[in-house]
Design a protein. Structure first.
Length: 419
């Protein structure tokens, strides 16, 4: 097993390779990588079974689902890579150009970051998404997964490296840190001179550790306390459909809704319908009902668990929804600005004045009108797969695709000019 330092040195040694090869060469490698995922699916599934078995009883059922792989999910991973092939190559794009009075031509041109390290938790599909996006964007990738998905991540990486080698490129363009201890993460955070960009993808603890301790450039990603505000002028059926999708379609992901705010003008009519849809009907149908954590005013209208002090600041990643009654759109925005993590927020309303106010005031990466927060995703945004969802404002914001994995440089062409 290579040490983290050895992996960083190997990555640094090959980063010039991708910067100089053609788009066709990169796409050919990606095609082989997708093929190798399918060709090696038995090994990947066997590794996934071991990961899931080891995690049983230690993580929740929804997190187990997030961890587990199936043939369908492996096919989706391969298709995600193939979608990246069809996307424009961001490297070498001329962002702007100007000719100065002295004849010098100054071009601002997109360029790869170099070596990108991704520290992530129990989502094995991130392994292939990250590898595909970094390669297409001209970057070398160092993967460091969590211990829950360690076997799956290694098996996926092995398949991807076979595809890279088949294309005649160095396997070290994609590497994985097999050591899942805190020490290996710290080494990546402190990999000055080797790591050009660090992207943490996981829970609040991981992201906080990276952003607070990293000495290399770091993107703040992912923690999603996502809000949906149901306005007094909402279409009730539309609101119920959106909330059901945003909370229950996959509660373990960062774009799932965690908080529902309801206008007091519609609360007595809407909240019983919400409880029926998310709790009673789901239980009757043999599905996991949503636990509603109710503030004082909501608890006067429907039954549920009384909200605790920190429930409106918690990313549940489970079948739990905090519910609060507010006076209107202004109080809803005040609450969101105070409690949001800057990920995704939505308003459900047929009132254009309310939606205009909401979209202007809310300061999150993705702001929705009459749509589910579950759309905050690289694939849904037309970026192919994503390497993470940035909740900061510098360099990248929202789903990060190929363009966000490039920086830029100035290329200046002259004809003997001196200053």
């Amino acid at each position: 097993m290579l040490t983290t330092l050895e992996i960083m040195k190997r990555a640094s040694a090959v980063k010039g390779v991708l910067a100089s090869i053609s788009t066709n060469d990169k796409n050919r490698a990606l095609s082989f990588m997708a093929d190798m995922l399918i060709e090696n699916k038995d090994e990947i599934l066997a590794a996934s079974e071991l990961d899931v078995e080891a995690a049983k009883g230690k993580i929740s059922e929804v997190m187990l689902d997030r961890l587990s792989l199936s043939e369908k999910r492996i096919e989706a991973m391969a298709n995600g890579i193939r979608e990246v092939i069809d996307l424009p190559d961001p490297v070498g794009k001329v962002i702007s150009a100007v000719t100065r009075p002295n004849g010098i031509v100054i071009e601002k041109v997109s360029a790869p970051m170099g070596v990108i390290a991704i520290i992530y938790e129990s989502r094995p599909n991130v392994t292939s998404d990250a590898a595909a996006l970094t390669l297409k964007s001209g970057n070398v990738c160092i993967l460091r997964g969590g211990k829950e998905a360690a076997r799956s991540a290694r098996a996926i990486t092995a398949a991807l490296r076979k595809g890279i080698a088949k294309a005649g490129l160095p396997e070290d363009l994609v590497q994985i840190v097999e050591d899942t201890s805190r020490e290996s993460a710290n080494e990546l955070m402190n990999g000055v001179g080797y790591i050009d960009l660090l992207i943490p993808r996981g829970g609040a603890g991981l992201i906080r550790a990276c952003t607070e301790n990293a000495k290399v450039p770091c993107i703040q990603t992912g923690t999603g306390i996502c809000h949906i505000y149901v306005d007094s002028d909402a279409d009730v059926e539309k609101a119920l459909n959106i909330l059901e999708n945003a909370k229950t379609s996959r509660p373990s992901v960062c774009n799932a809704a965690e908080v529902c705010l309801v206008s007091e003008k519609i609360a007595e009519r809407f909240l019983p319908l919400l409880k029926n849809r998310l709790c009673d009907v789901r239980e009757k149908d043999g599905k996991i009902p949503v636990e509603l954590r109710l503030d004082e005013n909501a608890a006067k209208i429907i039954e549920g668990t009384h909200a605790r002090e920190n429930d409106f600041d918690t990313e549940f990643l489970d079948y739990i929804l905090a519910v609060k009654v507010v006076s209107g759109v202004k109080e809803a925005c005040e609450h969101i600005l105070k409690h949001s993590t800057g990920h995704s927020e939505a308003i459900i309303t047929e009132n254009s004045e309310a939606s205009d106010y909401f979209t202007k005031v809310i300061d999150s990466a993705a702001v929705y009108v009459n749509a589910s927060t579950r759309f905050t995703d690289g694939g849904e945004f037309g970026l192919g797969c994503e390497i993470g969802i940035s909740t900061q404002k510098l360099h990248a914001r929202g789903p990060m695709g190929l363009s966000e994995l490039n920086t830029y440089k100035y290329i200046i062409r002259g004809n003997g000019q001196v200053r």
